[in-house]
Design a protein around this ligand. Structure first.
Ligand code: NDP
Ligand code: GDR
Length: 371
């Protein structure tokens, strides 16, 4: 039985990856952070009582800022594969917490590689590093591929640049099987609520159900190559099953604006949205509501712009070329964007139907809390 260690197991990708590895018969270990509220909601369905026999899912307290903790866990688990998914992963927040982001996303990667080296596991343990299309930043070439030069545009991307190169360096210096997956944006119903896709699907569902009136967004012109997280964790696993370690771009090859994503999300509830004005004065307005279940009057404003969601330096255009992964890993995504948006909307409608029901019964319901 293979043993895997996942940092960032409580996140979106960590959850899908843990599910995938368990389904393949792995013993899965994950690192979770201590927090004042329980933060394992995404993976609670995978929990196994440690008192039972043949447990294949175990969580360890830890943090990527703590070397001794990482060394102890790697020593204890003796993993065949490590997936380093742990990160302060929000680009906008990295401008507010640049030093912490560098520590976790950059030096954290080094700490993990060093743990493997110090423990003499360089030839046993294979390592996946969660690299990102944010490395491409300011457009140098489209579509972006493995050979496209990097030009990071945020403290997050600069920290991930260190993570990328230190992974390459340990591969070359010590012969470690270490790979970078340069993954383009991937989303799902489990996506964090403050990333733009989930912020939009949550708000579209809440607006349709009468729980919220407007959605405030930043740059609607930004273009992203959005895939489904379920497809992307499959690629991570495939990268670690090859004869030799290499770096791969994982993307769909299709790019879409944030504005278009808004239209697609509202279309799922039968609402047509058109955009008026430009820049900060731009508004998303309902032009038709085809679903009698949701009574949104024509002309009502559902999207507004708020300057605080703009980034000091933006990544305007991402579109990836996944040819290498398709050829060498036989990786093929199962979801296209409409299927992804459909699944996210369905999930958020289900989630907020309960709140709508409670509100109709006169009970207070929580606000959106998705900045
Ligand atoms: P999430 O933000 O959903 O999850 C991040 C995970 O990292 C969480 O489990 C979080 O724990 C954990 N974490 C945060 N800080 C620390 C720390 N100091 N020590 C240990 N763990 C920590 O991210 P995703 O699942 O979306 O992404 C997974 C990885 O892939 C990240 O590294 C991200 O940067 C990268 N990536 C993501 C892409 C995407 O589109 N999703 C694209 C390309 C790369 P907690 O739950 O306690 O906050
Ligand atoms: P990104 O994802 O920065 O690409 O990083 P995010 O969803 O945060 O932003 C995508 C684009 O949408 C624009 N945008 C907004 N973004 C947010 N979050 N909130 C808004 O209100 C809003 N309005 C417009 C942004 O400016 C941006 O252009 C994600 C993360 O998962 C990273 O960890 C990962 O490395 C990259 O994807 C690939």
């Amino acid at each position: 039985m293979k043993r895997a260690l996942i940092t960032g197991i409580t996140g979106q990708d960590g959850t899908y990856l843990a599910e995938l590895l368990l389904s393949k018969g792995y013993e899965v270990h994950g690192i979770k952070r201590r927090s004042s509220l329980i933060n394992t909601e995404r993976i609670d369905h995978l929990y196994q009582d440690p008192h039972e026999e043949h447990v294949r899912f175990t969580l360890h307290y830890g943090d990527l800022t703590d070397s001794t903790n990482l060394i102890r866990i790697v020593q204890e688990v003796q993993p065949d594969e490590i997936y380093n998914l742990g990160a302060m992963s929000h680009v906008k927040v990295s401008f507010d917490t640049p030093e912490y982001t560098a520590d976790v996303d950059g030096v954290g990667t080094l700490r993990l590689l060093e743990a493997v080296r110090i423990l003499g596991l360089t030839h046993k343990t294979r390592i996946y590093q969660a690299s990102t299309s944010e490395l491409y930043g300011l457009v140098q070439e489209v579509p972006q591929r493995e050979t496209t030069p990097f030009y990071p545009r945020s403290p997050y991307a600069v920290a991930k640049l260190y993570g990328y190169w230190i992974t390459v360096n340990y591969r070359e210096a010590y012969g470690m099987y270490a790979c970078n997956g340069i993954l383009f944006n991937h989303e799902s119903p489990l996506r964090g609520e403050t990333f733009v896709t989930r912020k939009i699907t949550r708000a579209a569902a809440r607006i349709a159900l009468g729980l919220q009136q407007e959605l405030y967004l930043g740059n609607l012109d930004a273009k992203r190559d959005w895939g489904h997280a379920k497809d992307y964790v499959e690629a991570m696993w495939r990268m670690l099953q090859q004869d030799k370690p290499e770096d791969y771009v994982i993307a769909t090859g299709v790019t879409t604006t944030v504005r278009e994503f808004v239209r697609l999300a509202f279309a799922e509830v039968g609402v047509n949205v058109a955009f008026e004005g430009e820049g900060i004065a731009e508004k998303g307005v309902v032009t038709a509501c085809h679903n009698p279940e949701y009574q949104l009057p024509t002309g009502s404003v559902v999207v507004q712009i708020d300057e605080r969601y703009f980034r000091p330096t933006e990544v305007e255009l991402l579109i990836g070329d996944p040819s290498k992964a398709k050829e060498q890993l036989q990786w093929e995504p199962q979801y296209d964007l409409p299927a992804l948006v459909g699944e996210m909307m369905k999930s958020d409608l289900t989630l907020f139907h309960r709140d709508a029901y409670l509100r109709a019964g006169g009970h207070p319901v929580p606000g959106a809390f998705a900045e």
